[in-house]
Design a binder for this molecule. Structure first.
Ligand SMILES: [Zn+2]
Ligand SMILES: [Zn+2]
Length: 313
């Protein structure tokens, strides 16, 4: 399986501001020495040696993750603003077949849909999956007067097939087995696992793993256990989580605790808080890695989900 992140921010798209951009340039200039400018190689080395939060960006789009299976099925998890970027990848494919899975329908997970070119492509086939029987109505409501000029039903372009999933009842697509699991979030959300050729992928965003950590870990262990590649909501610091109980998001420390209990191999922190800049998010990553070391979680690798990253599972 291959995973590509198109949107990793939580709650609302978060582009770099002009001031953040200017401060970034200033911080880079301060680091340059005459030696760094001597040749193309030294300039290249200078850029490569910059801190990751200066030489790149986590990205500002809201939740959207692509998964291409070994047998070439095309899956998309959530349709946040990152979905518009996915147009690039699908451009030139005349009659794509796309399987879209929704964790839930909060705005940051559907706002890219009106800008997804394949909803206007007569030759495309869209399979839409979630446990909500009313998913067609929910998606149509976003694209109705006065919110958007084109209507979901009027586009009537692609073939759209709706699939209502049942909690913890696996379905099969090609060689993959896909399951969903109900999680704690205002109005509920669903996490997904995909199993193929002995590998297990998991997408678990907008989930609150908090004071009831241990019970949550035990309750969901069967669903999450031994995941090779896990995308998990890590929107808050521990302090912020204590100020926002029942907002439906997790802290990175709780993510690490759960990941250890569930036997996760690679953990990608996801649904980043819009108020945190890139530097703060990389600080959170460092703290999460430090915490994992301190509890001797030797088998767990932790990463930050960043836009336009392509990873093989
Ligand atoms: Zn969200
Ligand atoms: Zn939500």
């Amino acid at each position: 399986m291959r995973v590509h992140f198109w949107g990793v921010r939580g709650s609302i798209p978060t582009p770099l501001t002009p001031l953040q951009y200017k401060n970034r340039i200033a911080a880079i200039i301060q680091r340059i020495t005459p030696k760094d400018l001597e040749s193309e190689d030294t300039r290249e080395k200078f850029i490569n040696d910059l801190p990751v939060w200066l030489k790149s960006t986590i990205g500002g789009n809201s939740s959207c993750v692509e998964l291409v299976t070994d047998d070439n099925h095309f899956f998309v998890f959530d349709g946040g603003s990152g979905l518009r970027e996915l147009n690039k990848e699908l451009a030139g494919i005349e009659a794509p077949v796309i399987h879209m899975f929704f964790s839930h329908f909060h705005w940051d997970h559907i706002q890219g849909i009106p800008f997804f070119e394949n909803i206007y492509n007569k030759k495309a086939t869209l399979h839409i999956y979630s446990p909500w029987p009313s998913q067609r109505k929910i998606l149509a409501r976003q694209m109705s007067f006065p919110y958007f000029p084109a209507k979901w039903e009027d586009t009537n372009s692609p073939k759209i097939i709706y699939h209502t999933l049942k909690n913890n009842k696996p379905i099969t697509i090609g060689d993959c087995e896909i399951s969903c699991n109900k999680m704690y979030h205002p109005g509920n959300s669903y996490s997904y696992t995909v199993k193929e050729n002995g590998k297990k992928f998991c997408y678990a965003t907008d989930v609150e793993l908090s004071a009831v950590t241990w019970q949550e870990a035990q309750k969901n262990k069967e669903f999450f256990k031994n995941t090779d590649f896990m995308i998990l909501d890590a929107q808050y610091t521990v302090e912020e989580l204590s100020e926002k109980p029942n907002w439906g998001h997790s802290s990175f420390c709780h993510c690490v605790d759960m990941a250890v209990e569930w036997g996760i191999k690679k953990l990608y922190l996801f649904h980043h808080e819009p108020r945190y800049d890139d530097k703060k998010i990389y600080t959170i990553l460092q703290t999460a890695q430090w915490y994992a070391d301190s509890i001797k979680a030797k088998d767990l690798e932790i990463f930050v989900a960043t836009e336009e990253t392509d990873i093989l599972i």
